[in-house]
Design a protein around this ligand. Sequence first.
Ligand code: ADP
Ligand code: ASP
Ligand code: MG
Length: 396
Amino acid sequence: MSIIVQKYGGSSVATIEKIKKVADSVIEKYKEGNKVVVVVSAMGDTTDDLIAMAKKISNNPDKRELDALLSTGEMVSSSLLSMAIIDKGFQAVSYNAFQIQLKTDGTYGKSLIKEIDTKIIEKSLDEGKIVVVAGFQGISNDGDITTLGRGGSDTTAVALAVKLGGVCEIYTDVDGIYSVDPRIYNKAKKLEKISYEEMLELSSLGAQVMHSRSVELGQKYDIPIYVGLSCSDIKGTYIMEVNDMESKPITGIAVSDDDIAITIQNVKYDINLLSQIFETIAAKKINVDMISQTSPIDNHVNISFTIPKNDKSECIDVLNGFGCKNLIVDENITKFSVVGIGMKTTSGVAAKLFKIFSTNKIEVKMITTSEIRITCAINNYDKTKAVKLVAEEFNL
Ligand code: ADP
Ligand code: ASP
Ligand code: MG
């Protein structure tokens, strides 16, 4: 009997009707002779609504309490789905993070999963029950509720598949992984498969279809992840090991509006000071991504870097603490990335990209690269134009 871990995202369980449909799909898998574990996200926009509520109470809600609040969304959907399955005549049980001892590193809002005790899940499966797990939540060593970061239910599902030795299926509102977010570029092509490496880059760079840490886990434990449209037979995409030497130079594009660029103007060019600043930022778990620096003039430089929008005030506090008052904050940037393992063996991709940008007057503010990606910070207002031009040029 194989174990299948399925995950249904917020839009797939947005209404009672949809929850009942998901119950039917789950039961179908169960009737085929599988042991089924289902991870659910909160219904529809519940998490956004809860955040909005918290923001009405406080501009800067207490992180512990915010996580406690946000975890309630998945408690509602998991018990409702379990109820729906039971109502259809099958056995089901819902579990939250406490009940399956899903332990995290304790960071509020972006926890890493440390361990899961799957005994209770396995016992329920052996008893013939369908197990429904509340995604996105975990508990710290101190017993606090912590969440895994937006979109984190994907990671709950992959972690459970790893622990249970099962296959992993992620069901969402799109019928697979496309070369570009189809909401941004409607001519994007669906991919039959994509390598962990590429998907990890795309999701870290803004393709919200997968929580990036779920892909990381899939890669680490070599668990293929199937992504498909919920309650449908349309063929989706496998995220898996791909060794295709002949692959196109670029597999996909990701864009993200979630970052801001901060420039520290005219700071003393002192490598000790700079490393202390970035160490302090890192200690606050603020993820610095792109960095660029001007050449020293009178031993002073300008340093620009990007961070997530949410971390703006904390980062500015750190910089002010180091006496950096001369700051420019650019909130209107888009991180535009092209990703492809084919880049390892193809030259000229960057040249082609910059030619498109210069011909079409798209200003590039910062650049970072890895072996399989090129990321440019551009102005927000150039986003759609850049996606269309690059997708057409590279036949994505
Ligand atoms: P869920 O609530 O099911 O977790 P998400 O909203 O997190 O769903 O992710 C699905 C969305 O991801 C799609 O509606 C799509 O707009 C977006 N998306 C971004 N990049 C891609 C991509 N490359 N391929 C498919 N979908 C993508
Ligand atoms: N409900 C959470 C969110 O909206 C987690 C998830 O959907 O995976 O981010
Ligand atoms: Mg998601």
